[in-house]
Design a protein around this ligand. Structure first.
Ligand SMILES: Nc1ncnc2c1ncn2[C@@H]1O[C@H](COP(=O)(O)OP(=O)(O)OP(=O)(O)O)[C@@H](O)[C@H]1O
Ligand SMILES: [Mg+2]
Length: 273
C-alpha cells in the first residue's frame, strides 16, 4: 500500500512538472508569435518599398551611368531576395510555434493570465501597419489610453487578439474609406482605451469614420453581412468577435454609432473566473 502511494505521488509530481513545462512553452511560443508577425509584416512592407525604388530608378535611368544603374539594380534584386527569405523563414518559424501551441495547450480555448493592455496594443499596431502597407500614402492617427499598472487577467489570448484585430481592422477600414471622399481637413483617427472598473476590463475602440446606417446596425452581427467589396470582407468578423466576447468570455460587446460621425465599440470582460 505504502509503496503504491509513493509510486502514485512520484507520477503526480512528474505530471505536474510536465504541465508547468507545457504552460511555460505555450507562454513563450505565444510571446514570440507577435514580434515574429512584426518581422514578417515589415519585411513585406520593405519589399513593396523596393518596388517603388525600382520605379524611381527606372524613371531616372538617363541620370545614371550604365555601371551605376546596373549596380543599383543588382542591389535591389539582392535586397528583394533577402526580404523574401526573411518572410519565408519567418513564416516557417510561425508554423513551428503554432505546432508548439497546439501540443502544449491541449485545449484550444484555454484561459491564460494575460497583460490585456499589451495584447491590445500589439494588435492595434499590427492592424495599423497592415493598413498602411495595403494603402500607400494613407495615414491615420492613433490615440492610446492604457490604464497603468493593470494586473494580469484570465482571458483566452488568441481569441481576444482576434477580436481586437477585427474591430481595429474595421475601424481602420472605415476611416480610410471615408478619407477617400472626405473634405481636406478630415483627420482619420482611432482611439483605443483599456481600463479596469468594477471587476471588469473595459476596452474601447472608437473611430471617426463613416458610422453605420440603421440597416448596418441591425445586421452587424449577422454571419456574412458585409458592406465591403467582394474579396475585401467576409462579413464574419463581428459575429466571431461577439462570440468571443460574450459566449467565451461571458462579457458584453456594445456599440454606439452615428452616420457620418463614427463608431465606438466597447468590450466589457469580467476579470473573475
Ligand atoms: N467601425 C465601423 N464603422 C462602420 N461600419 C462598420 C464598423 N465595423 C463594422 N462595420 C460594418 O459592419 C459590417 C460587418 O463587419 P464584419 O467585421 O462582421 O465584416 P467585414 O469587416 O465586412 O468582413 P470580415 O469578415 O473580413 O471582418 C462591415 O462590412 C461594415 O459595414
Ligand atoms: Mg471585419
Amino acid at each position: 500500500m505504502e509503496q503504491q502511494i509513493e509510486t502514485l505521488q512520484q507520477q503526480l509530481k512528474q505530471q505536474e512538472k510536465l504541465a508547468s513545462l507545457g504552460m511555460l512553452s505555450a507562454g513563450i511560443a505565444h510571446e514570440i508569435q507577435n514580434p515574429l508577425n512584426f518581422v514578417i509584416n515589415f519585411s513585406k512592407m520593405s519589399n513593396k518599398l523596393l518596388g517603388d525604388l525600382t520605379d524611381i530608378v527606372e524613371d531616372n535611368e538617363d541620370k545614371l551611368s550604365d555601371d551605376d544603374r546596373e549596380e543599383v539594380e543588382d542591389i535591389i534584386a539582392d535586397l528583394k531576395e533577402n526580404m523574401g527569405k526573411i518572410v519565408e523563414h519567418g513564416e516557417r518559424a510561425i508554423s513551428i510555434i503554432q505546432g508548439i501551441l497546439l501540443v502544449s495547450r491541449g485545449k484550444e480555448d484555454e484561459f491564460l493570465p494575460t497583460d490585456v493592455c499589451k495584447l491590445v496594443k500589439e494588435y492595434v499596431w499590427l492592424s495599423y501597419h497592415a493598413m498602411r502597407a495595403n494603402h500607400k500614402g494613407f495615414n491615420l492617427s492613433i490615440h492610446e489610453d492604457y490604464q497603468e499598472g493593470m494586473a494580469q487577467v484570465m482571458v483566452i489570448p488568441q481569441d481576444l487578439s482576434r477580436a481586437i484585430l477585427n474591430l481595429m481592422n474595421n475601424a481602420c477600414y472605415t476611416v480610410w474609406h471615408k478619407s477617400q471622399r472626405a473634405e481636406a481637413d478630415y483627420t482619420p483617427q482611432v482611439t483605443i482605451s483599456v481600463k479596469s472598473a468594477d471587476g471588469n476590463i473595459i476596452i474601447g475602440i472608437a473611430d471617426n469614420g463613416e458610422g453605420m446606417t440603421d440597416e448596418v446596425k441591425q445586421r452587424l452581427y449577422e454571419n456574412f453581412f458585409t458592406t465591403k467589396p467582394v474579396g475585401q470582407g467576409t462579413g464574419l468578423g463581428m459575429a466571431i468577435t461577439r462570440d468571443i466576447i460574450e459566449n467565451k468570455h461571458g462579457g458584453k460587446l456594445s456599440f454606439e454609432s452615428e452616420e457620418g460621425k463614427g463608431t465606438t465599440f466597447t468590450l466589457t470582460i469580467p476579470t473573475k473566473r
